[in-house]
Write a protein that binds this ligand. Structure first.
Ligand SMILES: [Zn+2]
Length: 304
């Protein structure tokens, strides 16, 4: 399998080709290169996903929204809410990210862990997209595995600086999926949804306070559910140098965060798959380093 005992999923079409946009979707390729350089990723442990099918996407999204994206019937107001320009490569990119999360979720059940070098589009709702998220890849992956009867239950642990509002909306009232979001209170989305567990943080919170709140949250979440699978949405925007985040986590604190989440799942013998989500650091190298560190953390957790 290569130097680490888990697989990565990645496809060149993860680049959403958004042009000059605050969301740097060129980062996915840069992270793949960095993982290769570090000896974590090779042909031997690379999964090459196909696009998620219309049927798979329909397990989460409404016929109207699927048609808007896949048949091009999208309205101007829907594009405005999505906050990224509409194009075929954009839609296909999301379908590849979603295929990558499905493959990573399956691989996690086989190997104990897996890593999608993309995905984590947690602001997509069943009936619309917003905040740069058109298709909720994580929710689709969970639903596909439930449909295949590979799992009954799942937990989504979301540490992106922004609330996983789409995740909360999609799984509201569904006791088979537990949703945990730890995020900055006074940040997008300004109208929050209700997760099974929301941890709302004040502006400017640093490593120590963040990590103790996260640890307490993880203990509560796992006391309320022992899921068959954990989906970790590892947004890199709680970082102190992030343009869209207002927390003050250091590079080291961010890696501690990843380790806390991964150990919480692994120590309980629960398979975990990782998706990247947001990252808008002033320097693209920092965003690439943060996501790469998340993979290093998983490698450390798997070999410890
Ligand atoms: Zn975010």
């Amino acid at each position: 399998m290569g130097n680490v005992p888990f697989h990565f999923s990645y496809h060149p079409s993860y680049n959403l080709r958004l042009g000059d946009h605050v969301f740097p979707s060129v980062k996915f390729e840069r992270i793949r290169e960095e993982l290769e350089k570090r000896g974590l990723l090779s042909e031997a442990n690379l999964l090459k996903p196909v696009q998620a099918t219309r049927e798979q996407v329909m397990l989460v999204h409404s016929p109207d929204w699927v048609a808007a994206l896949m048949d091009g019937t999208i309205r101007y107001d829907q594009v405005m809410r999505l906050e990224i320009p509409y194009s075929r490569p954009m839609v296909e990119g999301f379908l590849y990210h979603t295929g990558g999360s499905i493959e990573a979720a399956r691989a996690a059940l086989r190997d104990g862990a897996a890593f999608n070098i993309g995905g984590g589009f947690h602001h997509a709702f069943g009936g619309h997209g917003e905040g740069f998220c058109a298709i909720h890849d994580v929710a689709v992956a969970v639903r596909v595995l439930q449909e295949e009867k590979a799992i009954k239950t799942a937990m989504v642990i979301d540490t992106d600086v922004h609330q996983g509002n789409g995740t909360a909306g999609i799984f509201a009232g569904d006791h088979s999926v537990f949703t945990l979001s730890i995020h900055q209170r006074d940040n997008y989305p300004y109208e929050k949804q209700t997760s099974d567990l929301d941890i709302e943080l004040d502006d400017g919170i640093g490593d120590l306070e963040y990590l103790s709140a996260l640890q307490a949250g993880l203990e509560e979440a796992f006391s309320r559910m022992q899921p068959a699978l954990v989906a970790y949405v590892a947004g890199s925007d709680p970082y102190e140098q992030d343009k869209l985040g207002g927390l003050q986590l250091t590079m080291g604190g961010m890696m501690e965060r990843d380790l806390l989440v991964m150990r919480a799942a692994r120590s309980r013998g629960i398979p975990i798959f990782v998706t990247l989500a947001g990252g808008y650091a002033v320097k693209l190298e920092d965003t690439v380093a943060l996501h790469t560190n998340t993979a290093l953390a998983l490698a450390a957790t798997m070999t410890a």
